[in-house]
Design a protein around this ligand. Structure first.
Ligand SMILES: Nc1ncnc2c1ncn2[C@@H]1O[C@H](COP(=O)(O)OP(=O)(O)O)[C@@H](O)[C@H]1O
Ligand SMILES: [Mg+2]
Length: 340
């Protein structure tokens, strides 16, 4: 039943973006100066997971590159590339096609980008709240012609760790806020995905609406559920997804998405995750103490509170129960035996 599996990949950039015209316009407006050869406005996209932030950023750059051929462009995922050098390396590779040795100094990387970039260029800094060495934002500011689109869940997570020099530079950036999708938008996104990726008649509108309803405004979850549903139906020898499979498909998709997120965790987030796997319902102080025992280069409690813990929460790995003045953390989707 699945004709083209790549249509369901998380980094598949759809030809048309559903229900995000305002967001697309705001980002393309910010990028518009590039069409006249100038540096664009920096901008930030904020919002929860699965609401189309990465998609809108990439689609806006795609549009720009259709207008202005070959505008140099780089994509950095700061969750993987979180040091100053890793970001600069990725940019020099994507933007100016210069692969420098892994050991190249920060200064050399910056010089290389500066000399090779003639005119405007644009960088997407995805998951920018995961940057450990935020001074790289200042480096980017110093590169003439370069502008960036920063993507994060919430502005406060991003500002937790910035020095004043950078805060004042980014305070003028455009801000575009994304809310969760409504059921209609998700249904429409699914319907187009089904048309591209599944055989004809593989899924009817009711089933799509049902998946949308159970996906709580998260397009990533919904698309994963559609793929899982198609797989389950094929296994039963069916050529269409029956309504009775939807609930299981959504639950399986949730597990799949969660597993993929877990594989992206950095060492601090992973240590927290593993501590909570052993013991659920820890308050912040206990959790921090256990994390310090298992991690050999622990961050401060403040950094943990303002960066790593919110990230686990945004990606639906951890549930936070606020009781009285304290927060109690447990893993989502992991059954702990009753404690007596
Ligand atoms: N407006 C949209 N139109 C079509 N597909 C979308 C739209 N928004 C999100 N998607 C799809 O949903 C998934 C998650 O979107 P993504 O942009 O990665 O979310 P975010 O970056 O906010 O977590 C991707 O597979 C993407 O292609
Ligand atoms: Mg994203």
């Amino acid at each position: 039943m699945i004709r083209d599996g790549t249509v369901f990949d998380d980094d598949h950039l759809p030809t048309s973006i559903v229900g995000r015209n305002r967001h697309m316009n705001e980002v393309t407006d910010a990028l518009a100066p590039i069409q006249d050869g100038f540096r664009a406005e920096n901008c930030f996209l904020f919002g929860p997971s699965g609401v189309g932030k990465t998609t809108v950023a990439k689609a806006a750059v795609r549009e720009l590159r259709q207008e202005v051929l070959d505008v140099p462009y780089a994509y950095v995922n700061c969750w993987q590339d979180y040091t100053r050098n890793a970001v600069l390396e990725q940019i020099s590779r994507d933007l100016v096609g210069a692969a420098l040795p892994r050991s190249a100094s920060t200064g050399r990387l910056i010089d290389r980008i500066k000399t090779d970039l003639n005119g405007p260029g644009v960088v997407i800094l995805d998951e920018v709240d995961q940057l450990r060495e935020t001074n790289v934002l200042y480096d980017l500011h110093e590169i003439r012609g370069l502008s960036w689109i920063g993507i994060a869940n919430r502005e406060v997570d991003l500002l937790a760790d910035l020095d004043d020099r950078i805060t004042s530079r980014i305070s003028v950036a455009y801000r575009v806020h994304f809310d969760s999708y409504g059921e209609d938008a998700i249904t429409e996104i699914l319907s187009r995905r089904a048309r591209e990726g599944l055989g004809p008649g593989a899924v009817d509108e009711d089933v799509l609406a049902q998946i949308a309803r159970l996906s709580e405004g998260d397009a990533r979850q919904a698309i994963a559920a559609l793929r899982v549903g198609a797989r389950m139906a094929s296994r039963e020898g069916l050529s269409a997804i029956p309504a009775r499979l939807v609930e299981d498909a959504v639950a399986d998709a949730e597990r799949e998405v969660r597993q993929k997120t877990i594989s992206k965790l950095n060492s601090h987030q992973r240590a927290l995750y593993e501590v909570l796997e052993e013991e659920c319902g820890l308050i912040q102080k206990e959790l921090y103490a256990r994390y310090r025992e298992v991690h050999d280069d622990p961050v401060t409690l403040r950094y943990l509170r303002e960066n790593h813990l919110p990230k686990l929460e945004h990606y639906n790995l951890v549930d936070v129960e606020r009781r009285g003045g304290s927060k109690r953390y447990s893993l989502i989707g992991v059954n702990h035996p009753e404690q007596f």
